[in-house]
Design a protein around this ligand. Sequence first.
Ligand SMILES: Nc1nc2c(ncn2[C@@H]2O[C@H](COP(=O)(O)OP(=O)(O)OP(=O)(O)O)[C@@H](O)[C@H]2O)c(=O)[nH]1
Ligand SMILES: [Mg+2]
Length: 203
Amino acid sequence: MFSLFYGLWNYMFSKTEFHVLILGVDKAGKTTLLEKLKSLYSNLEGLPPDRIVPTVGLNIGRVEASNAKLVFWDLGGQIGLRTIWEKYYEEAHAIVYVIDAGCSSSFEDSKSALGKVLRHEDLQGAPLLILANKQDLPGAVSTEELVRYLDLKELNERLYMFEAVSAYNGTGIKFAIDWLVDVMERSKRTEMLRVRAGVTGHV
Ligand SMILES: Nc1nc2c(ncn2[C@@H]2O[C@H](COP(=O)(O)OP(=O)(O)OP(=O)(O)O)[C@@H](O)[C@H]2O)c(=O)[nH]1
Ligand SMILES: [Mg+2]
């Protein structure tokens, strides 16, 4: 009986924990973004950019933002590591896809890797936040240019947004995360993951 009430209490009053997968090709700035998120949303001072090395395993960042608990999973973007991405798809509430907006020679690779992500059935209905990172660089392209360049055909009914950010100086990040939390809270995918996890309030 107690556990039934406890479960119900949790379901109604505890904050949902959202799992957010940070993807993108190597050097897009994913880990730098994760460390910036820690600095912006927690008491932890994230690692400074000059101490960040290319990711081989998994980096995890837990923060509270927009009154929600967020767990970010940051994976390596090197070609040989991208096969690991799909192991995390089933549990993810949303995807943050990071692109180096200052490096047009990486756009083709970014586009094809993103197309593959979006076609994967385990990510059905997952909201998508595409970040045009490195806006502090003078040559960085705008979100409008990136939208035109990517010309994504796989978006279908998916909730998505493009946002211009800089993981160095924090430009655009809070706005993007507010949007992400808002859409995760009302997405069918969150409902589906919640049902799958049982009535615990933690999905
Ligand atoms: N100017 C500028 N450089 C950035 C920004 N974000 C990341 N960088 C630089 O881009 C390079 C790659 O950053 P990482 O965060 O390691 O990139 P990553 O996407 O995690 O790379 P992998 O772990 O290999 O997949 C580093 O030299 C960073 O300092 C940014 O907002 N502005
Ligand atoms: Mg990394």
